[in-house]
Design a protein around this ligand. Structure first.
Ligand code: AMP
Length: 172
């Protein structure tokens, strides 16, 4: 029987600010069966795209991203908030569903021509994903897919990722 991943996603109203319904995937990560199923579904989509690297942002992007990279035999690279990475970085700034933020990756994280899948737990407005695309392409990498566990379709994040191969496991 296939699992419905939705059964392990909890709605948290008014977090982190009023009016936002936060999709908490921690229960899914905490359940061995559901976590394994989500990684297996992500890998099924990612594998034929033959990525060299999976790019994930802190913090939940690290969890899914590292497990996916391991499953695929790919590498994992981290996008982090400014000031966290120890060596020379490149940076992109973006608007969030709740505020603005910046992400950095190491300048040497993506070799020219490297095939990269950009991964996150939630696709909301698409701003974060867009910033990660800019970072990868700025270093000469090729974005071969954008992959999400959850897509908030009503925020139309997909439209900001026009022209890219976008996939999500569950939609709201
Ligand atoms: P966005 O840039 O608007 O697509 O936002 C995506 C990023 O913000 C992801 O890293 C999510 O983890 C987080 N995020 C935005 N909205 C939500 C939400 N309603 N529930 C959980 N995470 C969210």
């Amino acid at each position: 029987m296939t699992l419905d991943l939705r059964d392990r996603v909890t709605d948290v109203p008014d977090f982190p600010t009023e009016g936002i319904i936060f999709k908490d995937v921690m229960p899914l990560i905490a359940d061995p069966e559901y976590f394994a199923e989500s990684i297996s579904l992500l890998a099924e989509w990612a594998r034929p795209r033959e990525p060299d690297l999976i790019l994930g942002a802190e913090a939940r992007g690290f969890i899914f991203g590292a497990a996916l990279a391991y499953e695929l035999g790919a590498g994992f690279i981290a996008a982090r908030k400014p000031g966290r990475l120890p060596r020379e970085t490149v940076e992109a700034t973006y608007a969030l569903e709740y505020g603005t933020d910046s992400l950095q990756i190491h300048r040497d994280a993506v070799a020219p021509g490297a095939r990269v899948i950009v991964l996150d737990d939630v696709l909301a407005t698409g701003g974060t994903a867009r910033a990660k695309v800019e970072l990868v392409e700025g270093l000469g990498g090729v974005v071969v897919g954008l992959l999400f566990v959850i897509e908030l379709s009503f925020l139309s994040g997909r439209e900001r990722l026009n022209g890219y191969d976008v996939h999500s496991l569950i939609q709201y």
